[in-house]
Ligand binder design. Structure first.
Ligand SMILES: [Zn+2]
Length: 261
């Protein structure tokens, strides 16, 4: 009897250690009513694990595999290209502006000029496959659709070092507010350089099993790390793994939430 109680106790301690995120809060004002609550404080390993999983690798790679970190190495200009049956241009612009406010190191601005670093194309679902064909050619579009059955998507072009040259995001606007918002927040993270997914991570919107639809404290922390000036395009997995604990500590992103608003 005593023995089984002890076993149960040690199991629950293990579970707590593996999932120590805390400071649970409801979704912020403006989120959809079904949006999941979020944790607002994370441990060093929780932030490291998410960053390493999401900043390296991607769903579909064309050409030579990028060696390391991908991110913009200059201020970012984003442009929303209206389209589709439901006009979500203003809503999309507000999402971009929220990222700009929340992560100042993005140096992100919205423009209506053609020469933007990130193009956000708003489209109806029925036009999605055709838009992929037009943008990437039939072969690539077909391979991508077959492999990932995407609902929205982002394509990055980067130079040999990993500096992003151009990003295009396709966001579906006619399948309801929740699909739109989830895509809007999710695809922008890809466009900034968090290219991968992590279906086992319970905090990021880059887990495709979750519908989030707002900018979480967790994803904001990952972007803050990616756009810290000490993280450079092309940095290797090993370099980043060594640097990350110092950055997380220095930026006050882990632990008791000393720097959290
Ligand atoms: Zn994705």
């Amino acid at each position: 009897m005593l023995r089984s109680a002890l076993i149960a106790l040690s199991l629950s301690l293990l579970a707590t250690a593996a999932l120590a995120a805390s400071g649970k809060q409801p979704a912020p004002p403006g989120a959809l009513k079904d949006a999941p609550p979020q944790y607002t404080r994370f441990s060093m390993p929780e932030l490291r694990r998410g960053f390493m999983a999401l900043a390296f690798g991607s769903d579909l790679r064309i050409g030579a595999p990028p060696r390391g970190i991908r991110r913009f190495d200059h201020p970012i200009i984003a442009r929303v290209i209206p389209g589709g049956r439901v006009d979500r241009t203003q809503a999309m612009t507000r999402v971009i502006e929220e990222y700009a406010r929340s992560v100042p190191n993005l140096h992100l601005h919205v423009t209506t000029d053609a020469a933007a670093d990130i193009e956000v194309r708003l489209i109806d679902e029925k036009d999605f496959n055709a838009a992929l064909h037009e943008a990437f050619g039939a072969k690539v579009a077909k391979a991508f659709i077959k492999r990932t059955d995407p609902q929205c998507m982002t394509s990055l072009r980067s130079d040999a070092e990993g500096a992003i040259l151009h990003a295009v995001s396709f966001i579906i606007v006619d399948q309801g507010e929740d699909v739109f918002r989830d895509c809007a927040y999710h695809e922008l993270l890809h466009a900034f350089g968090l290219s991968n997914h992590d279906q086992r991570n319970p905090w990021t919107t880059l887990n495709q099993n979750r519908l989030v639809g707002y900018l979480t404290v967790y994803d904001r922390a990952l972007l803050t790390l990616l756009y810290d000036p000490r993280i450079k395009p092309g940095m290797t997995y090993r370099q980043v793994r060594l640097l990350l604990p110092h950055l997380i500590a220095d930026l006050g992103l882990a632990g008791a939430g000393r720097h959290h608003r």
